[in-house]
Write a protein that binds this ligand. Structure first.
Ligand code: ACO
Ligand code: ZN
Length: 160
């Protein structure tokens, strides 16, 4: 198999944001209004990452920073929240999502001082659950009927 290199870096423009939204539309059932994407683009650029193969965006990881009750630490903590991550089907199983996660987690810790990171994932989404477990996330709890279609979510988290 020919290996194709990729680059992971922060999102750079609103044109790139539009590409990210296109990828979201074809890869996930969870979509968001434009202002929600734009808020993350404006406020948390250094943890809103894209993956490029050549000149094309093939994946993204949109994150935010929150304060909340710790999922793996005690008390109120600064938390990174992975809101949405996806890689186009033809570019999967090459480590791109891993790179998107590792880079985002490093920036959450080093640039924002976050002490933990969490996310929600469909209980049926085995590829994503495996990815997160491989990265050291653990299932913290089940959020019943978290999704609009009634499916439950696992809340998964790890220390940073
Ligand atoms: N089956 C089993 N394990 C898998 C699979 C799969 N289809 N895909 C990834 N994994 C696990 C494997 O352990 C893999 O390591 P390996 O290839 O050495 O075995 C590890 O995850 C890392 O895989 P990556 O290559 O880094 O992941 P990839 O770039 O393929 O992207 C992703 C994974 C993001 C889950 C991709 O399948 C995708 O875009 N799915 C649709 C969108 C989605 O479900 N996003 C997550 C929703 S939850 C949220 O956004 C918070
Ligand atoms: Zn979430």
């Amino acid at each position: 198999m020919e290996t194709v290199g990729y680059v992971v870096r922060p999102i750079a423009s609103e044109a790139e944001l539009k590409k990210v939204i296109e990828i979201n539309m074809v890869t996930l059932p969870e979509h968001y209004p434009y202002f929600f994407w734009y808020e993350h683009f404006e406020l948390w650029k250094d943890i809103f990452l894209v993956a490029l193969v050549g000149e094309n965006i093939v994946g993204y990881n949109m994150c935010r920073i929150e304060y909340g009750l710790g999922h793996v630490r005690r008390g109120i903590v600064k938390q990174g929240h992975v809101v949405s991550i996806a890689v186009l089907p033809e570019f999967r199983r090459r480590g791109i999502a891993t790179a998107l996660m590792v880079n985002a987690m490093n920036a959450m810790k080093d640039k924002h001082g976050a002490g933990e990171v969490y996310l929600e994932v469909r209980v049926s989404n085995e590829p994503a659950i495996r990815l997160y477990e491989k990265l050291g996330f653990r299932k913290v709890k089940i959020l019943k009927k978290y999704y609009l279609d009634g499916e439950d979510a696992y809340l998964m988290a790890r220390e940073l």
